[in-house]
Every structure is written in structure tokens, then in C-alpha cells.
Design a protein. Structure first.
Length: 251
């Protein structure tokens, strides 16, 4: 795998995953419910992280077995510790390599994963080969994030550049548009967005410096601005995420 997960797997990163899971749970739940008939045989959750999306897949699709797959040993261990359901298991594996664990599958799901992998469309097409006849690939990917001018937009411009240095494309949604899908809006409270952004910035700060994307004073100003938005509390404004939701049946 040549891409690398820009946002890391530290304890801070795992806490950020929990916040993000709460933000995107309603739209992911609706997508899965519309795409899958409950009671499928095997479901895979690729890039499962700490297991939040895996447990959602298990709840909505009610498969005989749910397998969360992630390249991080720390994330897989955290996911397993938080999941008492014996029908849900986690495997440390490279999501870009086939065959994937647990395949052939009836459902392969990935949320906000393709942004961190090379050639998102080719990767999605590779995952389609891991489905049983009648199975379905379901994807949640960022089409665009539209923050207001100011520190939130400053952060977004930086993170797009940082993700690119790791072999990914922050806005993977347009790259998988040939598979179809629809775009949905998720309005995230500014304080919540700033909290997630600030946690991420801690993780990729050194990458931005080493690649000449930014300098220390600028990163400090962005971090301080994000912290001020967090301190201001909820209800000030929102940041618009646009997600591309793809439901692609096995060919």
C-alpha cells in the first residue's frame, strides 16, 4: 500500500475518530439502510479504525458475520476491545490487497477511506471483485468541504496539500463519480469541526513542515484559531461537508 493514513492512530486520533463517527452516523446509517437488505451473510468494513463504522454496519445490515479491516494494530485492538458481539471480528490487513479477509462478501463498505489511498476509482473497482454475486459495494466519500473564509478554510487548504503528500486525494468523491451515487450535505457545527481539525493538525503538523507546505508560525496561528472556535462553543455556525454516497452492485 503506497498511501498512508494522514490522521494517524494515536490515542488523540482515536478520540477524533469517535467524534467523526458521531458526526457522520446519521447519513451513513441512512445510506446502509437504503442499500442493504438485513440478514446478509458477510459484511466487510474497510478502514474500520476504532470500529465505530463496523458496529454500525453490524447493526444495520445484521449480517451473519461482520469483519472490520484496518492496517493499524492499535486501531484494531481498540475496536475489538469495544465490541462485545461475537459475530463481529477485526483483522489487521492491507485494504488495498486482494483477497480481502472474509471474502467473498455480500457487502463491502468504506467510509472516508479512499481519500487516503492511491487511485480511488481503481481501488473501488478492485473491491468490487471481492463481492459475491448479488453483493454490493457501498461508499461514503468526501465530495468537497466548504468552510467559511478564515481559519477553517486555511486549515482545509493545508490538509488537502498534506494528504496529497501521502499519496491520497482529500476529495475522493469526484474521483469515484464514474460509479454513480448521489451527494448529500452534512452540516457540522463549527466548534465540532474545529475540534476535529485541531486534533488532526497535531498529527500531521510535522508532515506539513517537512514538505514545505507551511511554516511553524502559520501552523501555530491556525491551531490557535481552531482552539478559539472550540472555546466559543456550539451554535455559532456550521461547516458544510458534501458526501458522495455510492451503491454499486457486483457486476
Amino acid at each position: 500500500m503506497t498511501g498512508r493514513y494522514t490522521f494517524g492512530d494515536s490515542d488523540l486520533a482515536l478520540r477524533r475518530m469517535a467524534i467523526a463517527a458521531g458526526v457522520f452516523e446519521p447519513t451513513s446509517r441512512a445510506l446502509l439502510a437504503s442499500a442493504v437488505t438485513p440478514g446478509v451473510g458477510t459484511a466487510l468494513d474497510l478502514g474500520c479504525g476504532a470500529g465505530h463504522s463496523t458496529r454500525l454496519v453490524a447493526e444495520v445490515a445484521r449480517p451473519g458475520e461482520t469483519v472490520g479491516v484496518d492496517g493499524s494494530e492499535r486501531a484494531v485492538a481498540a475496536a475489538q476491545a469495544a465490541t462485545p458481539d461475537p459475530a463481529v471480528r477485526y483483522v489487521r490487513a492491507d485494504v488495498t490487497a486482494v483477497p480481502l479477509p472474509g471474502t467473498p462478501a455480500d457487502l463491502v463498505y468504506g467510509r472516508l477511506l479512499l481519500a487516503h489511498l492511491p487511485d480511488p476509482l481503481a481501488m473501488a473497482e478492485r473491491w468490487l471483485t471481492q463481492l459475491r454475486p448479488g453483493g454490493v459495494l457501498v461508499l461514503d466519500e468526501v465530495e468537497v468541504i466548504d468552510p467559511p473564509p478564515g481559519v477553517l478554510r486555511d486549515y482545509e487548504e493545508l490538509v488537502v496539500a498534506v494528504v496529497a503528500t501521502q499519496g491520497g486525494a482529500m476529495y475522493a468523491g469526484p474521483l469515484v463519480a464514474p460509479l454513480g451515487g448521489r451527494c448529500v450535505d452534512v452540516d457540522v457545527d463549527t466548534s465540532v469541526a474545529a475540534r476535529m481539525f485541531g486534533m488532526n493538525l497535531v498529527t500531521w503538523r510535522n508532515t506539513a513542515l517537512s514538505h514545505g507546505i507551511s511554516d511553524g508560525p502559520h501552523l501555530h496561528r491556525v491551531a490557535a484559531g481552531l482552539a478559539a472556535l472550540v472555546d466559543a462553543g456550539p451554535g455559532q455556525s456550521t461547516v458544510r461537508w458534501v458526501l458522495r454516497q455510492v451503491v454499486c452492485p457486483a457486476s
